[in-house]
Design a protein around this ligand. Structure first.
Ligand SMILES: C[S@@+](CC[C@H](N)C(=O)[O-])C[C@H]1O[C@@H](n2cnc3c(N)ncnc32)[C@H](O)[C@@H]1O
Length: 296
């Protein structure tokens, strides 16, 4: 049995603190969807702009640059472990920049996943490029793939079309970078915005789905999942970040905060239908199934 670092009282939010490579193989459970924001390996002493200040790019030891062979080996290994924990009709989303995304795509192909889309997330408020020698970096990529070449996956086509003003949703998503209201429990250095995760979750899962994030960080995936009535297991190696996750989940125990955040994310993803979905939430008194491998 694995001891959770934190579990919400309704058992819809589960967080384990430790190394994904050691913990994932121990889980006897299959998930409907996986979102992963793995290390991009870009903390190489470069400079960037944060809140108007010039800063050295140093997100932590976990993000330090290593050789391309090591990056490829890392991606192959965790994507192989995730494939075993995905339901046959399940899908996986992986975010990245040019530093790691080509390696991720190669590993997916090698492991026989079927790549469905490569989403280009255009940040509507990117930081300036201070060197003035390159174009401003204003995009990230999110690869969407399914486990099996043959078994069909779930896609909420109608909702995505509705969000996009009645036209088919394209693979270019214009969404803001993280906003101040999302940083109330102190910020993880690479925290993803709830709006991005909400669109991903609404597009690819149904109410009550189980979602895994093997590199949870501050658990943006888990917060978005619970705000949208889905269930979550996160794995995070650094206790400092696991503590941020716990604080974020405890924050939405307050009904006013919960409703405020739900309103904010539905405004960002612009989904009236999501509002309807949001009103049916498994976090309130529903009979939530527990993860069998976690001790009480
Ligand atoms: C890019 S961040 C994820 C940020 C997250 N999406 C969020 O919104 O907060 C990647 C995270 O993976 C964690 N990590 C790196 N290697 C890990 C491993 N082997 N096992 C578990 N966590 C790991 C890092 O500590 C870091 O918090």
């Amino acid at each position: 049995m694995i001891k959770p670092y934190y579990r919400s009282s309704d058992h819809a939010f589960n967080l384990v603190c430790g190394d994904t490579f050691e913990l994932l193989p121990q889980f006897d459970f299959k998930f409907d969807m996986i979102f992963a924001d793995p290390p991009y390996f870009l903390s190489n002493g470069g400079i960037s702009v944060q809140s108007g200040q010039i800063v050295c790019v140093d997100k932590g030891a976990w993000d330090k640059g290593v050789s391309s062979e090591e990056i490829n080996g890392f991606n192959l290994k965790w994507l192989s472990l995730c494939r075993e924990k995905l339901k046959d009709k399940g899908t996986i989303w992986i975010s990245g920049t040019y530093h790691n995304i080509f390696s991720v795509a190669n590993a997916l192909t090698e492991l026989d996943y079927k790549i469905l889309n490569v989403i280009t997330w255009v940040k509507t408020n990117p930081p300036p490029n201070i060197s003035c020698r390159y174009f401003t970096y204003s995009t990230e990529f999110v690869i969407w793939a399914r486990k099996s070449k043959k078994v069909p996956h779930y896609y909420n086509y109608e909702m995505m079309k509705h969000i996009n003003g009645g036209k088919q949703m394209t693979d270019v998503w214009r969404l803001p970078a993280i906003a101040p209201w999302e940083k109330t429990c102190t910020k993880h250095p690479t925290q993803k915005p709830l709006g991005l995760l909400s669109r991903i979750i609404l597009a690819s899962t149904e109410q009550g789905a189980w979602i895994l994030d093997p590199f949870a960080g501050s658990s943006t995936t888990g917060i978005a999942a619970n705000l949208l009535g889905r269930r979550f297991l996160g794995i995070e190696r650094e206790e400092e970040f696991a503590a941020i996750s716990k604080a974020r989940r405890e924050e939405i125990e307050n009904l006013h905060t919960f409703l405020t955040y739900r309103k904010k994310i539905s405004d960002i993803v612009k989904a009236d239908e999501a509002q309807t979905e949001l009103s049916v939430c498994c976090c309130e008194g529903d009979n939530v199934e527990s993860l069998p491998f976690l001790s009480e």
